[in-house]
Every structure is written in C-alpha cells, then in structure tokens.
Design a protein around this ligand. Structure first.
Ligand code: UDP
Length: 313
C-alpha cells in the first residue's frame, strides 16, 4: 500500500510510519512540525519506502500519485500544547480533517482518523464504552481539542454516509512511550523527568483523578488491525488498568529507582480546568471486532520509556 500519515513526525505518527514500513508499505509522512520533531523520523530518511512533506494539513493538500490509505494523526495532543495553540488545534481537527477526507475521496483511499478519549470529556460513566456520548464543556479550555475531535468524527461519518468512503475511527486513550517530548507537559514525561533529576513529582490537585495508560506498541497493533478490519464505527484502544495519578506517581518513582518526593500542586493557566476525574476504556468492542487486547504491563512499558528519557535528561 501507499499510505499518507499526517503528524508523521509526532510520537504516534512516527511509530505508525515505522510499522507500515516494516510491513512493506510505502509511507508519505506529512507534518508542519509545530509539535512534531524530525528526530523521530530521522532514521527513515534514506529509506526508499519513506518520503516526507513539510505541510500544514489545515491548508489544501497536494499529493501526487495513488494513495491506498490516509491516516490523520496530525494534532497537538498534550493539554499544554493545545492550550498554547488553540486555533491551530481547532483548525487541524476541522479543516485538516476535511482536507484529508477530501484527499482520501479523490484518491479512493481508505481513511483512518485518530480520535481520542477526550470525546468523552469528564465522563459520568466509567469505564467508557463507544456508545457513551460524553460530557464535554465546549467553551472550556480543553474544548479546543475535544470539540475539534468530535467535529472530526462527525465529518468522517458524513464522508462515510454521503460519499461512501471507507473510514475507520480509533479513540485513543492515554498512550506513552519513547519519542514523547521530554517537556510536552503530559503526566508521563513530566513524572519521568522529575524522577530522573530528583525533583518532586508535581501531582495536580489531590491526585485522586484516574487515568489508564497504554504502551505505544499495543496502540500501534490496535490501529493496524482496525485499518484492515470491517469496523466502520469508533473503536476504543487503550489499556483498562486504571489508577489514580497519585498511584501513578508512586509507580514512576519506584520503577525509576528515584528518591523524589511527591508535591501536590495546582498548575496555573487553565491547565487543570475541566481535567477529567476518571478515565478508563471499555475495550469489549476491540476484543470482539479486532481480537485485540493490550499486552504490555505498566512496569515493563515504564522501564522502556524511562530508559529512553534517561538518555535525554
Ligand atoms: N498531571 C499531574 N501532574 C503533571 C501533569 C499532569 O498530576 O505534572 C495530571 C493531570 O492533571 C491529569 C493527568 O495527570 O489528571 C493526565 O494528564 P495529561 O496531561 O498526561 O493528559 P490528559 O489525560 O489530561 O489528557
């Protein structure tokens, strides 16, 4: 297959590019580099199956030749990033989704959207099945990301229903691993960095909010299966092992062999506004339609990720 991956220089886009190339496909990577990093794909340069176009997909996209699949992964994804780039985040989720869908339509390519557990907002149902409609504040600071992704999903379904486009939607839950940016502001790099340099781990609020963390290899496997599956409606891909952020902090300290303390703190600048109090994927659908479930436990995934960050601190 000849595949376009938007956001290819990002954490997930670069790992997906690796996977498609490993499977023998040809990948065209596209990224505007506002949060992507060329270091993530530097190893692919010189590979005849990979090419790169620096472009902002919120503007008209031109790709020559045939395409068999379009995977739309471009978007800021860390709350710090989308609070800093609210308008590009809204644009890439709306205009970028429209442009990539239009491209998939003219190329008669299969389309896969990277959606998110943020479509469930601050959920009143836990765990969240795909049938849950969510609890999102459209005008809150996180609304720029959540509503962009909800709009993306609506647009994808419209192309599926009205243009007959073959589309897939993955709802990605918190994912971590090598190639996250050390200072992207998300909890995994923050805590690992703090643990490695001996600073206190900054737990926001009382740390009773929960998340469920999956290692990136599990996600990549789920996405690869979803693209080739017959499932046309959204599928959650995440690890259902839920824990409080305080427990997560303690786990990072332990696995890193660190002496860091825990610091309970309130971050400024809207960072904690509308922070979901719980989050856990219901993965019955992924189990049923993709025969998929996560394989990598937290300790193993954290060890690999800590190793990666250790070399960068
Ligand atoms: N968080 C924290 N300390 C940090 C960074 C994040 O306690 O230094 C918390 C944050 O408030 C949230 C959770 O960790 O409850 C996950 O945050 P993250 O930014 O990784 O992503 P989110 O799941 O909110 O999109």
């Amino acid at each position: 297959m000849r595949v376009l991956i938007t956001g290819a220089a990002g954490f997930l886009g670069s790992h997906l590019s690796d996977r498609f190339i490993k499977e023998g496909h040809t990948v065209i990577g596209m990224d505007n580099l506002i949060t992507g990093n060329m270091d993530n794909i530097a190893h692919l340069f010189g590979n005849e199956k990979f090419s790169f176009i620096k472009h902002d997909v919120s503007n008209h996209i031109y790709v020559s030749g045939e395409l068999d699949a379009v995977l739309h992964f471009a978007s800021p994804a860390s709350p710090n990033d989308y609070l800093e780039h609210p308008i590009p985040t809204l644009k890439v989720g709306s205009l970028g989704t429209h442009n990539t869908l239009g491209l998939a339509k003219v190329k008669n390519a299969r389309y896969l959207l990277a959606s998110t557990s943020e479509v469930y907002g601050d959920p009143e149902v836990n765990p969240q099945p795909e049938t849950y409609w969510g609890n999102v504040n459209p005008i809150g600071p996180r609304g720029v990301y959540d509503e962009a992704k909800r709009f993306s999903e609506a647009m994808v379904l419209a192309y599926q229903r009205y243009h007959g486009l073959e589309t897939r939607i993955v709802r990605i839950f918190n994912t971590y691993g090598p190639r996250m940016r050390l200072h992207d502001g998300r909890v995994v790099p923050n805590f690992i960095y703090q643990a490695l340099v001996g600073k206190p781990l900054t737990v926001y609020g009382d740390g009773s909010q929960t998340r469920s963390f999956q290692y990136y290899t599990d996600l990549v496997e789920g996405i690869y299966r979803l693209l080739f599956s017959a499932e046309k409606l959204p599928v959650n891909i995440g690890n259902p092992t839920e824990m409080t952020i305080l427990e997560f902090a303690q786990q990072v300290v332990k696995v890193a062999g660190s002496k860091s303390d825990i610091l309970f703190t309130e971050p400024g600048q809207d960072r904690f506004t509308d922070d979901p109090k719980v989050r856990r994927p219901d993965i019955s659908k992924a189990r049923r339609v993709l025969q998929w479930e996560p394989k990598v436990g937290l300790e193993e995934g954290l060890q690999q990720t800590i190793e990666y960050f250790r070399n960068r601190v």
